[in-house]
Every structure is written in C-alpha cells, then in structure tokens.
Design a protein around this ligand. Sequence first.
Ligand SMILES: [Zn+2]
Length: 173
Amino acid sequence: MQTCPYCGLALVFDADHYYCTFCQMTIASADVQQDGGRKPITADPFVCADYVELSTPELMEKSTTFLIYLLRLVRKERKNQYNYLRLFNKVMDTGSNEYLEAAQESGKTYEWWTRKAWVIENILRDRMATFPVRVTDYYLSGLIDHIQTYNQKPMFLIRKGDRQQNASSVRPR
Ligand SMILES: [Zn+2]
C-alpha cells in the first residue's frame, strides 16, 4: 500500500500523481512510502572538509544530518585557527612586528571559519529553532540511533474495533 510520508495515510492515485487527503497535498513519487513508512534519512552522510566551500544557498539545500556533521568539522578548524591567532598575538605582545602580516592573515582566516560556523548554526535554527552547542561523539551516536529507529518505525494506528490500519479516510472526532 502506498502511503503518505508525513501522516501515514493511504494515498489516492489521481490521474498521474499521488494525493494525500489528510495532508491535502500531492506527494512526489520519490517521497511515496510503503505501508506507513517514514521518509528514510541517511544516518551517516558522506561529509568532507571540501564541502565548507559551498555557498550559503548551497548549504541550505543540504540535509540536516549533513549540516550537523559539517558543523563539527568547521568548529574543529575554527578552533585550530583560533589557536594560531592566539599564538601570533602572543608574539606581537612581545613588541615584535615580524609576524604582523601573518597575524592579520590568520585573523581573516579565523573570521572566515567563524562566519561559516554561524551560517550552519543559523540554517539549523531555521529548521529546528535550535542547533547542537557541541557535536560530540555521544551526540552523533544518539542522532544516528534516533534516525535508524524511526527509519524502521512505520506509522500505524491501532484502534478498538478497527482492524483496518490506515483506513482510506480519517476525520477528526
Ligand atoms: Zn499525509
């Protein structure tokens, strides 16, 4: 049975498209699920440092899990850059101007990584009103666990006297 990825109701096939009467929307064939399944989410997206070069509109197209993995990479690099900057500033504090240019360059790099982290945090905020303050291994394993659980957890209603799951029409009572 073809079902809606959002509410789990059986879809109506109308001419050339699937329609959900509960959600009142057309469901793209790629999003049509079987027997109450939820849209599968990739738990462990392939994310590498090259992706930091993506523009903000490009990042906005990426999945939430992708952005969380990327945020971890960006914050790590931002921290590295912060440590370099601190080192340069320490040398400058001794009165030496030998590294002035390098220090300025380091400042710019640090700013770039900081802004990149803010971009990712704010795209996540747009979606969830929140973002992980720290992306730890513990946080990621909890996230993966949650994704895998719900990828395999279909939406079923069990009602008394109604053995028919996902009846073809649902009305508020
Ligand atoms: Zn629906």
